[in-house]
Design a binder for this molecule. Structure first.
Ligand code: ZN
Length: 235
């Protein structure tokens, strides 16, 4: 084999390796139930008929005004993963969640993708949010990565800050019909699952679907709890 051909093969091999590594990193970054360096909890093995109900982003008045009365009416407590910058702007809403018995988790300060940043960036995103949440009476012990993305820096930062990384099993179905949305969630969900809904911004589908989701869970004999309550029921 000529020297030129050997060099070509070596370069091709390295390129294939780089593509493979990039692909592997991409898959790890979006895996629901796996992360490097720290556990990523996407569901909990339990013998009890419970599921965790989680709401991401905000807080916004539209989200809380729609959700809290409905949760209260059914005696349900959920986990809200809040964006630090928004929580700092609206501490009254964080206090309202805490006063209603809901769990509040950390969802980063600025909701940017938490991949490929320096250690100080992760620490600041996490710490500032914890401070804003604590100032409003919450005691965050859980973290949900924005868009569920993580690689190595974020899990290591969560270990430094003693926060558990919470992913999910079932997420907002791709429909704007509240009844179909609720049906898709409740037909998929099993005991031990973590449900993720996005009810805080302009799209009202998740807000409108919530009463039907709660009804559907009750019909299946599944009781919604907070993530920390679900974790405590691990078999
Ligand atoms: Zn989010």
């Amino acid at each position: 084999m000529s020297r030129g051909r050997r060099l070509f093969l070596a370069a091709a091999l390295l390129a294939a390796l780089a593509v493979g590594l990039a692909y592997a990193a991409y898959q790890v970054s979006r895996a629901r139930c796996f992360a490097l360096a720290a556990p990523a909890v996407c569901r909990v093995a339990t013998t009890e008929p419970v599921v965790a109900l989680t709401f991401d982003d905000g807080p916004t008045p539209a989200g809380l005004d729609a959700l809290l009365p409905e949760l209260e009416r059914r005696g349900v407590r959920a986990t809200f993963f809040l964006v630090g910058a928004e929580a700092a702007e609206r501490p009254d809403l964080v206090r309202r969640l805490v006063a209603s018995g809901h769990e509040v988790g950390n969802h980063s300060w600025s909701h940017v993708r938490m991949i490929g940043r320096g250690r100080g960036f992760y620490d600041a995103e996490i710490h500032r949010t914890n401070q804003a949440l604590r100032a409003a009476g919450a005691e965050p012990v859980l973290f949900r990565p924005p868009d569920g993305k993580k690689l190595l820096g974020l899990p290591l930062a969560l270990r430094r800050h003693d926060l558990k990384m919470i992913m999910w099993t079932v997420e907002d179905p791709a429909t704007r019909d509240p009844a179909a949305f609720a049906q898709a969630v409740t037909s998929q969900v099993r005991g031990g699952d973590i449900i993720l809904l996005h009810p805080m911004y302009a799209d009202p589908t998740a807000r409108r679907a919530l009463p039907m989701i709660l009804g559907g869970l009750a019909a299946k004999g599944l009781r919604p709890v907070t993530v920390s309550e679900l974790l405590a029921k691990a078999a």
